[in-house]
Design a protein around this ligand. Structure first.
Ligand code: 4GX
Length: 257
C-alpha cells in the first residue's frame, strides 16, 4: 500500500510510522510512505500557506492553492487512483470496520490541517472522506494521520507475524459482533502466585478449549460492562449469551469475579 501525507510537518508522520510493526512493514516494502509539504508549492518570497478567515475571528485558514498543488504532485507521483482522507474533528468517527475497508485500498492520500483548518472549497473539491480519530481537539492532523497509518498497516497481508495475529484473530472477524471488535480479555504471565493476586486457575490448567471459553467470556463481559455501545446484546449467539450470563454470575455468583 502507498500512503502520501500532505502536511506542513511531513517528517512528523514519517517518524511516527518508523518503529515497530509499521516500521518493519515499510522495511519489507509492504507499505510505502511519501510526504508532501504544501510550503514547497506556495508562491512568493514568504511562501504563505495560510491567511486570515473571511468573516473575521481568531486563527488562520490554510490556503486552497498550495494544498491543491501538493495533492496534485502526490497524485502524479503514482498512476494508481488515491482515496483522499482529511483528518478533522468534523469527520466521521474512525472505527475498526472502516479501518478494515481502508486497508483494502491500494493507495491513500492523507491531508493534515493545522491552524483553524482548511478552506472548505479545497475539502469539497479534493477530499473523498473526512475522518476523526476521537472527540477531542488536537493541534494538527499529523497524529490522527499516524494513528490511521498504524491501524491500516497492521491489517495488510504479511505485516503481522503469526504470534502477533493470533490474538487479533480470536475476536476480530466475528459475524455476531457488529463492527467486529470486542475488548480484549485480561492477560497474565509469571509468576502464577503473587502478593498482588493469583493467576486464574483455568489459565494454568492447559485445557485449551476451557481457556478459549474463559477468554471469550471475559472479552464479552468486559465489553458489555465497559463499552456497551460496541455490542448489541440482543444479537449475540446463544453460546455467547451463555458465556455472558456466566460472566455476570461470576464463579461464586459474584458479578465480575
Ligand atoms: N481527529 N485535529 C485537524 C485542524 C483543523 C481544525 C479545524 C479542521 C477544523 C482531529 C481529531 C483533530 C485538530 C486535526 C485540528 N481541521 N483530527 N486540525 N480529533 O483534533 O482527527
Amino acid at each position: 500500500m502507498r500512503i502520501d501525507v500532505i502536511s506542513l510537518f511531513p517528517e512528523f508522520v514519517d517518524a511516527c510510522a518508523g518503529f515497530g510493526v509499521v516500521g518493519r512493514a515499510r522495511e519489507r516494502g509492504l507499505l510505502s510512505m511519501h510526504g508532501w509539504n504544501p510550503r514547497d508549492y506556495a508562491e512568493g518570497n514568504y511562501r504563505r500557506v495560510d491567511d486570515r478567515p473571511f468573516g473575521g475571528g481568531p486563527g488562520m485558514v490554510m490556503l486552497v492553492d498550495p494544498l491543491r498543488a501538493a495533492i496534485a504532485a502526490a497524485r502524479e507521483a503514482d498512476p494508481q487512483p488515491a482515496h483522499v482522507v482529511y483528518l478533522s474533528p468534523q469527520g466521521r468517527l474512525l472505527d475498526q470496520a472502516r479501518v478494515r475497508e481502508l486497508a483494502a485500498l491500494p493507495r491513500m492520500i492523507l491531508l493534515c490541517g493545522r491552524y483553524e483548518g482548511v478552506d472548505e472549497r479545497l475539502i469539497t473539491a479534493e477530499v473523498d472522506e473526512e475522518l476523526s480519530i476521537g472527540d477531542y481537539v488536537l493541534s494538527g492532523g499529523e497524529l490522527p494521520a499516524a494513528v490511521l497509518v498504524d491501524a491500516v498497516a497492521r491489517l495488510r497481508e504479511g505485516v503481522l507475524n503469526d504470534a502477533e495475529s493470533a490474538t487479533q484473530d480470536s475476536f476480530e472477524a466475528d459475524a455476531a459482533i457488529e463492527g467486529g471488535v470486542l475488548l480484549d480479555c485480561p492477560h497474565y504471565t509469571r509468576p502464577p502466585r503473587h502478593a498482588l493476586g493469583d493467576v486464574p486457575e483455568v489459565l494454568l490448567g492447559g485445557n485449551h478449549a476451557e481457556i478459549a471459553r474463559w477468554r471469550r467470556m471475559q472479552a464479552l463481559g468486559r465489553t458489555l460492562e465497559r463499552r456497551p455501545d460496541l455490542v448489541d446484546e440482543t444479537r449475540l449467539s446463544p453460546a455467547d449469551r451463555k458465556l455472558l450470563a456466566g460472566y455476570r454470575a461470576g464463579p461464586a455468583g459474584k458479578p465480575g469475579a
